[in-house]
Design a protein around this ligand. Structure first.
Ligand code: SAM
Length: 352
């Protein structure tokens, strides 16, 4: 076991079989070594800084029907909302005032936001706040749309692959296609976005082999950002009776992600903070280096309920900003309010 952990630390590589072996045999003593290695790798690449992103959940309307997700199209109990372009700009204005230099615009797959509307929002944000980065997390669109959004000024795109197991993916996504998801990620990369992939931990029927497959997929894709969070069941979905993921299992996946893709940006997700009062701090201590406080208007916060008991749904943006900073400091890290581009993208920009 120790030789495999040493190999992972020194070479940032393991085969799928080696990862499966570790996942099936990891005891507490070796887990501590894994976490020490991932923490020191994070320090080596990014120091003790934590990047802040202002998250704007601008629509909970979605045409997809993912079995795990609280805002899936079939959930008739969701109180649906859409922020207007002006309302989105207002959130950015407040965020900019609070010091944020990255805005993450996230929504369900809501095609009310046409290419024209989205490019208008992106151009306006860049015109008002030229020193910010814009991250989109709006699901699947055509290559042409992705390209035009990029040309309008979008810098980054988050599109979790959700699970690299075709079998599991097809079961969980009745309205979606596995190959299309993977192709979207490749297309986004080709266009020049800083790309984020990632997966949920603790999905029903997910095995150690599946999780190792997710990690190998990330190693191959080499994304700029990696979003990993526990699956948390939602009462109004077909997966309501499931067990869901644990903090401990997710921490192990975060540590692996840091070690396999050492220069990635790795968020301590809100889902971690939902499962455990110190979930995000624990994530920061095993290699995570990004947090995404909420900038959405408080009137709509609770309506973006992907999973149950989501935290921070009643807090003003200014409160979230301070609360997160306190948490980051108490965990021994420092806030960085800069754009926080990935090291991979900074290096490739230098090469150009
Ligand atoms: N529609 C966009 C997309 O497909 O990428 C972005 C929004 S989607 C709601 C954001 C992420 O929420 C998904 O990638 C998924 O991993 C996560 N998510 C959805 N339901 C969840 C649940 N029950 N527990 C944990 N994470 C969940």
């Amino acid at each position: 076991m120790l030789d495999l952990l040493d190999k992972l630390y020194e070479q940032n590589y393991l085969t799928k079989e080696e990862i499966v072996y570790i996942l099936k045999n990891l005891d507490d003593a070796h887990k501590k070594i894994l976490f020490d290695y991932s923490h020191s790798t994070r320090l080596k690449y990014y120091g003790n800084k934590v990047f802040m992103r202002g998250l704007i959940e601008f629509s909970n309307i979605c045409k997809q029907d993912c079995l795990y997700c609280g805002i899936r199209a079939s959930n008739r109990k969701v109180d649906r909302y859409r922020l207007t372009p002006d309302e989105i700009i207002e959130c950015c204005r407040e965020g900019y005032r609070l010091g944020y230099r990255t805005f993450v615009l996230q929504s369900g797959e809501d095609f009310w936001y046409t290419e024209e509307i989205l490019t208008g929002i992106i151009r306006k944000i860049k015109e008002l706040f030229p020193d910010v980065a814009i991250t989109l997390s709006i699901g699947e669109r055509s290559e042409e749309v992705y390209r035009n959004l990029f040309e309008a000024g979008a810098d980054r795109f988050l599109l979790r692959h959700e699970t690299a197991s075709r079998h599991l993916y097809e079961k969980l996504h009745p309205t979606m296609n596995f190959d299309n998801r993977i192709n979207c990620l490749k297309t986004l990369k080709k266009i020049g976005y800083q790309v984020g992939a990632g997966f949920m931990v603790g999905l029903p029927e997910q095995t150690a082999e599946d999780l190792a497959g997710d990690l190998c997929f990330l190693k191959e894709l080499e994304p700029d950002m990696i979003g990993i969070g526990p699956f948390i069941p939602h009462r109004e979905t077909p997966l309501k009776g499931s067990k869901g993921g644990t903090v401990e299992d997710t921490l192990v996946m975060l540590a692996f992600a840091r070690l396999l893709v050492p220069d990635c940006l790795l968020p301590a997700t809100t889902a971690m903070g939902t499962l455990h009062p110190k979930g995000r701090e624990l994530a920061l201590k095993v290699g995570a280096n990004v947090v995404m406080p909420n900038l959405s208007p408080t009137a709509v916060r609770a309506k973006y309920e992907l999973y149950e008991n989501k935290i921070c749904t009643g807090d003003e943006a200014a409160h979230c900003r301070q609360c997160i900073e306190r948490r980051i400091n108490s965990a021994g890290f420092e806030v960085d309010m800069g754009r926080g581009d990935s090291l991979k993208s900074r290096n490739s920009m230098q090469r150009v």
